[in-house]
Design a protein around this ligand. Structure first.
Ligand code: SF4
Ligand code: SF4
Length: 86
């Protein structure tokens, strides 16, 4: 599961609540004290940041990998795999 973020820096007051509640240390505050996605690869798309922000300054969307059918020559079966990222 991957995630995409929409940040609204004009609403962020730099309280750090989202940073504190993130279980994977994905978020931090930048030099202006605004939320910043520092470790996107570690995000587990739990949604705590969006849920906890009192100012609606961060939104997280889950990105569900697209599934495709492939023919497996070894087994002769059709298998379902996640589409490779571009
Ligand atoms: S969705 Fe969860 S893991 Fe990802 S940044 Fe927000 S709180 Fe952290
Ligand atoms: S995004 Fe929300 S919770 Fe995170 S620092 Fe900004 S105002 Fe606080």
């Amino acid at each position: 599961m991957k995630s995409e973020f929409t940040l609204k820096p004009e609403r962020c007051k730099g309280c750090g609540i989202c940073v504190a509640f993130c279980p994977r240390q994905v978020l931090t505050l930048d030099t202006l004290g605004k939320v910043y996605v520092a470790n996107h690869d570690k995000c587990i798309a739990c949604g705590q940041c969006e849920l906890r922000c009192p100012d609606y300054a961060i939104f997280m969307d889950k990105v569900v990998p697209k599934k495709v059918q492939r023919f497996d020559e070894t087994t002769g079966l059709s298998i379902t795999v996640e589409e490779a990222e571009k």
